[in-house]
Design a protein around this ligand. Structure first.
Ligand SMILES: [Ca+2]
Length: 449
C-alpha cells in the first residue's frame, strides 16, 4: 500500500514537472510539500532530489524536519533541522553530503557532488512553529571544470570543503589528474562570490597523485584526503591534505600529502606541518594566532592538534590507534608488514613528534571544529566544538575546553548529535551553529533560546 502511494506520488510529481509547474502555482506546491511530510526520510530525500534536479524554478523549500533541545556547556539550546534535497551518505555510497559557508547575510551550501544553493540567514529564526526554509539555486560552472564522472556518481570522490574568504569562495575536491589515468590528487577552485552564478577558476592543483592500482602505495582510500581550507595570515590560506591511506607520504618532506600546506595569494605552496593522516578539521583563530586541527586516526587515535609551523605530528610512526588488525599481535603477513613499517608507538614526544592536545580511543571520526562564541560558552577559558562522523564514540559533538595558552585540555563534554556530522559553521554574528547531518540529509541550526 505504502509502495503504491509512493509510486503514485512519483508519477504525480513527474506530471507536475511535465505540465511545467511554475512558482505561481502555490496551491499545487503546497500539496507537494504537505505530502512529502508524510513520507519517510529515504522517500523524502529521493523526491526532493528529483524535484531539485528537474525543477526549472530557481527557488525551492527545504522541508522542516524536526526541532529538539540539547544542552551544551549547561546552556539549553534548540536545534532545528530541514531536509536537504540531496542524497544522504548511504544512498550516495559514502559521498560527503555537503559543506556550508557564509557570505554576509547568506548561507551557501554545496553538496558533495557540486550542487549549490543559498539561504537568507534572516529567514532562520527561533520559531515556535517552525516552517519550511526557502532556498535559491545558486548556479555554478563546476560541470565545465570537473569532467571525472565519478565525481557526480555515488562514491567517495567529492568536494571536501568550501570556504568564503573576503569576496571569494574556494572549494577543494578529490581530483582525477587526467581522465586517461586513474590517479587522484586534490585541487582548489576559486570564484568571486556572485549569487547570479559562481564562475570558478583553477586556483591550486597538486600534481602529485595516488594511483589506486599502484601496489607501492599499499592501500588506497579515496576519502582519506583532508581538504579543509581556512584563511591564514598575509592573504594566504592553510589547506589540509590526507595520505589516501598510502601512509608513506605523511612523513615524506617531498610530498604534499599528509600535510598542512600554506598557500600564498600568488599560489606558492609551502609545507607548514607534516605527519598527518587525514586532517578534516582545521581552524585558525586570528586574534589568538593559533591553529587547531582534528584528524582521523586509524582504529582509534583520532587527534586534536595545536598546529605550529615546521612541526611533525607523527603519523604513521606514532599513533594512539592501531592498524586495522584485530589486535597488535595478529600475525597475518598484512599486519606484520604494517607494524614493521609503521610501528604505532604510544608516544609522540619520545620519537621527536608533537603530542596531540587530546586523542580519542576508540575513534570518533573527527570531522570539523569551530570556536564557540559567547552565545554558547561563557567561561573564562577557550572552548571549541568538535563534530564527529562514525565509530562507536562518533555521532557526538565534543565541547572541548582548553587552557588559555592552548596547551592543555581542561574538560571534554559529549553531546549526542544522533547522526554523522560532516560540517560545522558558526554564523557571522556568532549566534547560530550550522551543522550538516548526513545520515538523513539534514541542515540543522543550533540556537540559544
Ligand atoms: Ca599524531
Amino acid at each position: 500500500m505504502k509502495k503504491f502511494f509512493f509510486l503514485g506520488f512519483i508519477a504525480f510529481l513527474f506530471i507536475c514537472i511535465i505540465i511545467n509547474l511554475n512558482s505561481q502555482n502555490e496551491k499545487l506546491h503546497k500539496t507537494i510539500i504537505e505530502n512529502v511530510n508524510k513520507l519517510n526520510t529515504l522517500e523524502q530525500n529521493l523526491i526532493s532530489k528529483v524535484q531539485f534536479l528537474s525543477s526549472k524554478s530557481l527557488q525551492g523549500s527545504l522541508v522542516y524536519n524536526n526541532q529538539s533541545q540539547l544542552s551544551i556547556n549547561g546552556k539549553m539550546l534548540v536545534e532545528t533541522s530541514w531536509n536537504l534535497p540531496f542524497l544522504n551518505y548511504s544512498q550516495s555510497s559514502m559521498k560527503p553530503l555537503g559543506f556550508i559557508s557564509t557570505f554576509k547575510e547568506k548561507l551557501i551550501f554545496f553538496s558533495g557532488d557540486g550542487h549549490s544553493i543559498s539561504i537568507n540567514l534572516s529567514d532562520i529564526k527561533t520559531q515556535d512553529e517552525p516552517n519550511n526554509l526557502k532556498y535559491n539555486v545558486l548556479k555554478n560552472n563546476l560541470h565545465d571544470l570537473i569532467k571525472d564522472e565519478s565525481f557526480y556518481k555515488p562514491g567517495w570522490i567529492s568536494i571536501k570543503d568550501t570556504e568564503v574568504i573576503k569576496n571569494d569562495i574556494y572549494i577543494s575536491y578529490t581530483n582525477r589528474i587526467n581522465l586517461a589515468h586513474n590517479c587522484y590528487s586534490l585541487k582548489i577552485l576559486k570564484a568571486k562570490v556572485n549569487f547570479k552564478k559562481l564562475i570558478f577558476k583553477d586556483h591550486i592543483s597538486l600534481k602529485e597523485c595516488v594511483d589506486p592500482d599502484d601496489v607501492s602505495n599499499g592501500e588506497f582510500t579515496g576519502h582519506l584526503v583532508g581538504g579543509r581550507i581556512v584563511e591564514y595570515k598575509d592573504n594566504s590560506i592553510l589547506f589540509s591534505t590526507g595520505d589516501f591511506r598510502a601512509r608513506k607520504f605523511s612523513n615524506d618532506k617531498n610530498s604534499y600529502l599528509g600535510k598542512i600546506l600554506k598557500i600564498s595569494s600568488d599560489g606558492i605552496i609551502k609545507i607548514f606541518s607534516i605527519g598527518h593522516r587525514n586532517p578534516q578539521g582545521l581552524f585558525y583563530d586570528k586574534n589568538a594566532n593559533i591553529i587547531l586541527s582534528s584528524e582521523h586516526g586509524p582504529a582509534g587515535g583520532d587527534e586534536l592538534n595545536l598546529i605550529e609551523e615546521n612541526n611533525n605530528y607523527g603519523w604513521p610512526i606514532s599513533s594512539y590507534g592501531e592498524h586495522y588488525c584485530k589486535r597488535k599481535s595478529e600475525k597475518t603477513p598484512y599486519c606484520k608488514k604494517l607494524y614493521e613499517l609503521y610501528p604505532m608507538y604510544k608516544s609522540h614526544s619520545k620519537y621527536g613528534f608533537i603530542e596531540p592536545l587530546t586523542y580519542f580511543v576508540p575513534s570518533i571520526a573527527a570531522s570539523e571544529l569551530i570556536k564557540m562564541s559567547e552565545h554558547f560558552y561563557t567561561g573564562k577559558n577557550y572552548n571549541i566544538l568538535l563534530s564527529s562522523l562514525a565509530g562507536s564514540a562518533g555521532k557526538t559533538f565534543y565541547s572541548i575546553e582548553l587552557s588559555n595558552d592552548y596547551k592543555d585540555v581542561i574538560s571534554i563534554n559529549k553531546i549526542p548529535s544522533e547522526e554523522r556530522v560532516r560540517d560545522l559553521k558558526i554564523s557571522p554574528d556568532g549566534d547560530k551553529i550550522f551543522t550538516v547531518k548526513e545520515d538523513s540529509s539534514l541542515l540543522t541550526v543550533i540556537m540559544n533560546l
